[in-house]
Design a binder for this molecule. Sequence first.
Ligand SMILES: [Zn+2]
Length: 194
Amino acid sequence: MIPIKIQCGCGQKYAFDVEPVNGQMSHTVACPVCGMDGTPAANEIIAQTLTTQSQTAPAPSRMTQPSPLPTRSGPSTAVPLRPAQAPKVSGKYNLGLGILGAIIGAGVGVGAMYGFFSISGFRFPLLGVGIGLLTGAGARILAKGSDVTLGAISGLIALLAVLGTLYLMYGTFPAFNIVSVIVSVYVAYRVAAK
Ligand SMILES: [Zn+2]
C-alpha cells in the first residue's frame, strides 16, 4: 500500500492509502470538498514513490559490495600497474635513436673490420655480414624496436660503412666486393626491420 497525500487546488488536503495497479491508481479519487478529480495527482505520487523505492532498494546491496572490492583489487592491481607501464613509456620506439644506433654499430663494425685487416693483413671473410649485423643490432637496440624504415636506413648506413671500410683497406672500391656490400645491406635491413 502507498500512502497518498493530495493538496487540492481548493486548499483542501486529503490522504488515503492505495494499492497501485501497473503503477497507477486502480480507481479515481475526488476532492471531498470541491469534487475535483485527484487521480492525476495521485498517479504522480505513486510514480514518485515507486521510483524512490526502486532507487533506494538496491542501495544497501551496492553499499556492501564496493567496500570489500577496493581492499582486495585496489592495492593489488593499482600498484603493479604503475611499474609495468612506466618502463613501457621510457622504452618507447624511437627512430632517431635507432639511426644513431645504426651509425654507432656501423662505426664499431668498420673499426673491427679495419682493425682485423691492419693486424692480420687480410680482409675479414664475413665483412659484409659483420658490419650489417652490428649496424642492424645497434639500430634495433637504441630504437628499442624495429621497423621497415629503420631497416632501410640501417641498410644504407651499412652500405656506406662497408664502402668506407673497403676504401680504407684498398684505397679504392674493388668491384669483386660488391657481394659484401649487398650482404651488409641485406643483413642490416633484416636485423633492423625485424
Ligand atoms: Zn478540492
